[in-house]
Design a protein around this ligand. Structure first.
Ligand code: CA
Length: 450
């Protein structure tokens, strides 16, 4: 498609007929086996020294068809897994987060998966048996897959009400729903107690809206949420690319905020695997990690983004027109509701490096934030009781040591962080999270359950 015809496509993307095509392509597709776009140019295999030959070449990795899955798909399609001897990787589309979790419990030998893409802190919760009916299945967090690429969408019915990044002045409008609309303001995410739940909770609470008391916040499938936003029964949606683009293009509503605005370069989704698979296959694990790292480096080169989009948009992966993915992968977001368009490559999804540090390296300080935020909201309070226990779980689950070994073997030594902490994190409302003093962060928050 030429630049001018792409531009025309983007301008016309809100029309009804095309909107219907986009919806058809995006909603409710059954999972398909991975693999597929064999047209991508493949990386040449490296000669493996005996200590780097993987114990197995076979592994099955689950993914959800959103921007976060990019490193898994690129490592497969560009030959980066095969480059390090992992010639039998299967990248397997999962219907949703709950089935990814259930397939992990089954394991690849039973027709499930060995690991893959996760929201946080799912690996920690599965390790502790908290979201697996008490069945403790140890997992290891191996790498972060991406930063950013998520956001909060608002139904078109609320245009002009000031539901943007800072909702302090819209808090009364939201809290007044029971008297003005006869019901509470309703917001959704796709899986409870994980990233998209945390992002929308943070955003509501920063504006003075208590997500547990002032509104209804619940887990709803994406397609159902979008339908609810169209017909007036759903008000807000915490979601990831490519949905933010489609919310605007299909006149479903506007974007209140990108997660890149809420917490610049925040941790997003992760590569994590069953611990038993990693313990049995440490060399294969490092080979997988090297493939992911190469895919992440490749994906962050702006010159590769057009090819990246053509690969992940393919029928075997996201199965949507490439034109839908081009703007977010270029850092272009129409926000709607009178807000300026964002056009900054570094506000979109990034995979290897950002302006603060490594994207790929799994900082323990980020695991800590997700579990401290779980304490804040009183999640799992019968199972995870305090910060000491949180730190023990992180030390068990986080395998940043394997990441560093793999990065060293691949020759990426200059990109290895000096510390397991990224240091003090700053949010859009001025709050700070010092990993050395999480109690101070908790104390600083007005709305919390502890
Ligand atoms: Ca996400």
């Amino acid at each position: 498609m030429s630049n001018s015809s792409r531009r025309r496509f983007l301008l016309n993307a809100g029309t009804t007929a095309l909107g219907a095509v986009l919806l058809k392509g995006c909603l409710g597709n059954p999972p398909e086996p991975g693999g597929g776009n064999t047209t991508a140019e493949q990386a040449a295999p490296v000669e493996l020294s005996p200590e780097m030959v993987p114990e197995t070449t076979q592994v099955k990795l689950g993914y959800i068809p959103i921007a976060e899955a990019t490193p898994l798909i690129i490592a497969q399609e560009k030959g980066f897994f095969a480059k390090y001897g992992m010639t039998g990787v299967e990248v397997s589309k999962q219907a949703n987060w709950a089935s990814a979790r259930d397939n992990l419990v089954i394991g690849a030998q039973g027709g499930g998966i060995d690991g893959g893409q996760w929201q946080m802190p799912m690996p920690h919760l599965i390790t502790e048996g908290i979201i697996t009916n008490g069945n403790k299945l140890p997992m290891y967090v191996l790498a972060q897959l991406n930063t950013q690429g998520n956001g909060i969408a608002i139904a078109a019915a609320h245009a002009g009400k000031g539901l943007h990044l800072d909702i302090t002045n819209a808090a009364d409008y939201i809290k007044g729903f029971p008297s003005s609309a006869g019901r509470k303001f309703k917001a959704a995410y796709t899986f409870p107690n994980a990233n998209q739940d945390f992002w929308i909770r943070y955003w509501f609470a920063a504006g003075g809206v208590d997500p547990d008391q002032d509104i209804d916040l619940l887990a709803v499938p994406s397609a159902e949420t979008v339908q609810g936003m169209r017909n007036g029964t759903m008000d807000a949606f915490s979601t990831g690319d490519p949905w933010p683009y489609r919310i605007i293009a299909e006149d479903i509503g506007h974007m209140a905020a990108l997660t890149a605005q809420i917490w610049r370069f925040h941790p997003e989704e992760y590569l994590a695997m069953r611990a038993d698979w990693v313990d049995q296959n440490p060399k294969a694990t490092k080979a997988l990690l090297k493939g992911i790292m190469e895919a992440q480096k490749w994906s962050d080169d702006p010159n590769n983004r057009a090819e990246l989009v053509s690969i992940v948009a393919g029928r075997n992966y996201f199965n949507i027109p490439a034109e839908i993915l081009t703007p977010p992968f270029s850092g272009i977001y129409r926000m709607g509701d009178g807000q300026p368009e964002i056009n900054d490559f570094k506000m979109g999804p990034l995979f290897w490096k950002d302006d603060i540090g490594s994207v790929s390296y799994p900082y323990k300080s980020h695991d800590l934030w997700f579990l401290v935020e779980s304490l804040r909201w009183g999640f799992h309070k019968d199972s995870i009781k305090d910060l000491d226990q949180v730190k023990q779980i992180i030390d068990k689950v986080n395998r940043e040591d394997l990441w560093k070994e793999a990065a060293t073997e691949a020759g990426f030594t200059s990109d290895i962080p000096q510390s397991t902490s990224r240091g003090v994190e700053t949010f859009f409302d001025g709050k700070t999270f010092d990993p050395e003093n999480p109690e101070a962060y908790l104390n600083s928050l007005a709305i919390k359950r502890i």
